[in-house]
Design a protein around this ligand. Sequence first.
Ligand code: BES
Ligand code: ZN
Ligand code: ZN
Length: 520
Amino acid sequence: MHDQAVTIQLFDREPHDFSGDLLACPVEEEIPQFGPDAGVPLNKLLHRVRETGDFKGGKDQAFLLYPQLTEQGKEPVVRAKRVLFVGMGKQDDAINVRREQLRLVGGTIAKQAAAIKAREVAVVLPKDYLLDAVEIAQCLVEGVILGNYSFDLYKSPKKEDDAPVRIERLHLHAGGLAASAVEKGLERGRVVALATCAARDMANQPGNGWTPGDFAEYAKKIGKKTRLKCKVLEKAAIEKLGMGGLIGVSRGSAQPPHLVVLEYKTDKRQPTILLVGKGLTFDSGGICAKPPAGMEDMKYDMCGGAAVLAAIQAIAELGVEGVNVVALIPATENLSGPAALKPGDIVRHYGGKTSEIINTDAEGRLILADALAYGIETYKPEAVIDLATLTGAVIVGLGHHHTGLMSNNDRLAGLLTEAGAEVGEPLWRLPLGPEYRKQIDSRVADIKNAASDRSGGTITAACYLQEFVGETPWAHLDIAGTAWDFTEKTYIPKGPSGTGVRTLVTCLRQWKSLHTIEKK
Ligand code: BES
Ligand code: ZN
Ligand code: ZN
């Protein structure tokens, strides 16, 4: 895996004393100057730019200038090689729009930095922005790190001046905000954004670069680095536990399945939240093969697992209090080798329920069924959240702009929806119900893995999962539309988005203060 590492620190001299590659200054549309904390030279510069009428600070406006050229023959007043004014527009009434605006500005700064190959960047934080100082720093840092992401592990090194350059050092000038709050925010932003980049890395890896075994190894590695406890159930253990779904799906492949378990324990008296992520490292459809056009995208079928793994890593690094978290990732390939599952086969899951295989391409639910049943029995969680690139139907319904949310618990659905809205990963709830569940009644087993037609395909898939969660409050996030090619933004590139990581961390960070989930 390649390194997205970036050092972030407070810059406590005057912004004009920063002598690195790029000094970025977010500018509000309505406010004519930065205020005294930004210093006289920078305010003068902004004033001059504004006077030309070329730059008003509108959303998405960015204006790059070379201050030393403006002070010919003299020592430059603003010492940075370049100054970037980034427009923030007017402050929106809605707090989530204001948060998003800062991430977008961060993304714009990262894009500009890449264009001019800047390695050392400083950002002057906006002082009069209507957000808590911790959040101002967090959102900006998230935007910069996420916008700074690229995946070039498999690109042969180009000529020296072609090679992509990333920001290596980021300096934040508190701009009059409390330094301790800014430090807290930058650390949150850094941890959560780097975890999201790690999830993108896993997804960007090809099927032969990220196998079920790689999930296991990565988990063991973060188990050593953080206070997470890692267990990996290998094929023999999975068989012994009776996880017929995970074993069945893995039979068509030469790669053995793994069930990755990571535990974040704070205090026994605190509730445990179970996270489950679909870790299908390549989905060919199996015997019910997918058409070849676009099949390469099915290397992304592990994005749920990646999100869950990255989220628990961030939770451990941040030392989130008030909850215990367990992450389970059933990991396998879905191929069509000689022992592969066939339509008509019946598998028995952990806990004893049986599934009739109607379509071998509906494999995600088969492996999630085992993980959900096992996780609930083993950890008795207060709530379960699963993330999966589960159905093509969710893309038909919601496109690439909302994750599909289905839940048996209004409170949990509400918490996730709020967390998603807060971080710019919107969720849209779809219903569940017996009329959909009936579509997957089987004549010969307890349930079948696909209905006879595709109507309500996202919901019938969720009804299938619901069968394995019983009464436990549960939410299912179908991220097939958002895990990659998510709404493109300055801080969300084409390809994998890392969606779900920031939603989960935000939701679980607030868990203790917000509520206790009622069972009904
Ligand atoms: N991994 C796919 C879902 C998927 C499809 C994700 C397209 C992203 C883009 C899943 O395993 C699958 O193939 N689901 C089938 C279910 C059907 C056979 C009931 C689907 O959605 O077509
Ligand atoms: Zn499939
Ligand atoms: Zn799949």
